[in-house]
Design a protein around this ligand. Structure first.
Ligand SMILES: NC(=O)c1ccc[n+]([C@@H]2O[C@H](COP(=O)([O-])OP(=O)(O)OC[C@H]3O[C@@H](n4cnc5c(N)ncnc54)[C@H](OP(=O)(O)O)[C@@H]3O)[C@@H](O)[C@H]2O)c1
Length: 285
């Protein structure tokens, strides 16, 4: 099977390259090959592809910085994704695209269903929604939009690496305890995308799905597990979101209902504690 992957150095893109099974040939497009700030360039490449499926792991992910760069965030996460979808439809190539819980407004305590009304609060979530809408409205396209949350891995910047860095330097860390979600190993997202790509290419019907690690947890409890597994004595003090202001409002409720992905694609929620153990092993190596 031949898969084109957009994104080379990101958390999920890196894991896709590490985890593609034997017999799956990846053609990987990094920033030097195609700039998602330039939608026309994306369309040209997408129209020239001769593969069985496309996985898009490119995104403008700097949530707070996006508030100062709304045009760039929307080009990368919105308009270029639209051109990718158009190219995939033209070449009849199924598209697997990764999105985020930030497309929701983030209130309540009920896990978000894939067909719940969206209502992003910041530029990042809005820009990701532009991409989602373009894919959903593209006629003749077989696609899966996979919304995920709280991604971590051994590479790139993420919460696990931040906690390990500060945990090694300080006896106590204050961490937000009223935001709840599912930490998701990038490796599990890569496996899910590869499986979905294979299934879409064999004719399975797609749509919009949720995929996050289980069990749901607060950032503070996630931090406690990181310290415990890393053998660090750092104490984690719980604080409310109001004590940790950020340029973009963070969702309090990032819980996602992942049951339709299990039913339609046979892909279960990964246990993030096992994924964390793998990442710590990776970092130690
Ligand atoms: N990180 C999270 O916590 C999180 C949570 C929910 C959903 N998601 C979604 O999960 C997906 C994967 O996220 P991730 O954590 O793997 O992201 P990441 O580590 O930030 O990687 C993003 C990738 O996009 C590339 N990229 C950014 N701007 C580009 C441009 N203009 N042209 C070409 N490439 C560009 C980056 O390349 P460079 O390395 O060259 O910059 C990088 O390879 C994204 O769709 C994201 O929205 C992430």
């Amino acid at each position: 099977m031949k898969i084109a992957v957009f994104g080379k150095t990101g958390q999920v893109a890196t894991e896709l390259q590490r985890r593609a099974p034997e017999g799956t040939v990846l053609t990987v497009f990094g920033r030097d090959d195609v700039d998602f700030a330039n939608p026309d360039q994306v369309n040209k490449i997408a129209c020239s592809l001769d593969v069985d499926a496309v996985i898009n792991a490119v995104a403008y992910t700097a949530v707070d910085k996006a508030e100062d760069e709304p045009e760039l965030a929307t080009q990368v996460n919105g308009h270029s994704v639209a051109q990718l979808a158009k190219g995939c439809a033209e070449t009849s190539t199924p598209l697997v695209h990764i999105s985020t819980d930030y497309v929701f407004e983030g209130g309540g305590e009920t896990p978000w269903q894939p067909n719940d009304p969206t209502g992003p609060k910041g530029v990042y979530g809005k820009s990701k929604l532009v991409g989602e809408d373009a894919i959903q409205n593209q006629t003749g396209l077989a696609f899966v939009i996979l919304r995920t949350s709280w991604v971590f891995s051994a590479h790139g910047g993420n919460f696990v690496k931040t906690m390990l860095k500060f945990g090694a330097e300080r006896p106590e860390l204050k961490v937000v305890a009223d935001q709840i979600g599912g930490p998701t190993p990038a490796a599990a997202i890569a496996d899910a995308c590869l499986s979905i790509a294979r299934q879409l290419a064999s004719g399975t019907t797609g749509g919009t799905y949720h995929f996050s690690g289980a069990p749901d947890v607060s950032w503070a409890d996630f931090a406690r597990e990181i310290m415990a597994q890393a053998g660090l004595p750092t104490a984690i003090a719980s604080i409310p979101t109001t004590d940790w202001p950020t340029p973009t409002e963070r969702p309090l409720n990032s819980r996602m209902d992942c049951s339709s992905l299990i039913a339609d694609f046979g892909i279960k929620r990964p246990d993030w504690r096992k994924g964390l153990a793998e990442v710590l092993k990776d970092l130690a190596a």
